[in-house]
Design a protein around this ligand. Sequence first.
Ligand code: PMP
Length: 429
Amino acid sequence: AADDLLKVRKEKLVRNLSISYKTPMKIVRGEGVHLIDDRGRAYLDCYNNVAQLGHANPEIVEVLARQAALLNTNTRYLHDNIIAYAEKLTATLPKNLTVAGFVCSGSEANDLALRLARNYTQAQGTVALDWAYHGHLSSLIEISPYKYKRKGGKGRPATTGEAMLPDAYRAPADWPKAEIAARYAASVTTAIDQLAQAGHKPAAFIAESLPSSAGQIVLPQGYLKAAYAAARKAGAVIIADEVQIGFGRVGSHMWAFDSHDAVPDIVTMGKPIGNGHPMAAMVTTREIADAFFNGMEYFNTFGGNPVSCAVGLKVLEILERDRLLANATRLGQSLIARMSKLMDRHDRIGDVRGQGLMLGIELVEDRMTKVPATDYAGRIVEKCRQLGVLLGTDGPHDNVIKMRPGMIFTDTNADFLMQVLETAFAEVA
Ligand code: PMP
């Protein structure tokens, strides 16, 4: 049945529509941390960072159904839910970030953030980190090296400056350890110079506070503050893309930039905030929001509708009530310690890293040369899938095993993940 579906999918949908795994899976149901396929087999989902409170979470389903039965319409009317949600959501952010804009996807949130930054600064340029991904809209492909540098991409546009990916594991060998953060931050200024040469000023510096598609890169302490300062000095607005890494996943803080003691001017979020319901948001300062208010009306049909906001409120409530950030911190630390032990037996594990429940294992052919072990990473992930655990690979060379288990992950789930990883590393050549 899966094969037939794949055939029709290729005919009826765009051919490059992404799909996970060489043998695509037909998933028919989700329940908590598990996804269940058409044969009734349950897989421990350690990859899908949308349903972070669990697939088909009954409390959220109930709220969603109740609000859908009562009212769902556009945002051109007064409604309690959007106001309550804006208040609750902005309360989780630094004090200066008080104004929310609700949209339906992470890409839309980033596009809106860019629009605001450009209005506010009256500049057009953007500085992004190398290998960053910020979304699928045209405006975002242009600031996503992950897309424009790869197969099918059109290369870096003149309005984009590229700062180095602050990857401590792959820092140039001649850099003193204590200077890694500052040297990477200095490349933000180099990127601004790159823009200037093309006649552009930077409207925005956009970065994830733990670059994810770029390979689960934990930022060196001090980097983010220095990078923000360099960008601000050139007049740029700071956009923290928290679509993937935000909303408690790092465990120690609700937002990943908080763990670096740095405060952006615009924060974008999506994926987990609706636990699977398509919703996203952009939050900024009064001043930047007011610069956007230039006489032209802003309207978004679905963004901030009563159902989305009801879901968003419930998701926030559960995250706090069940102390899931503390759970992410505790399990994340224990998983990193246990995965690091695997390095003693498997010398193709080059690095184990992460923050909270955002984890990565970088695989290399040789620890000295750090040549990416891309095929090996793919084989490990496939073996784990056969053994009942869903993972993925990412990074510039697709050699980083990426793990983003749900925030409701338990010790039993962590034990199973470790058991499967151990077997996969022992058995895959
Ligand atoms: N920003 C980041 C960091 C992302 O990882 C993604 C999605 N992978 C997006 C933006 C775009 O979000 P969406 O797919 O919901 O448009």
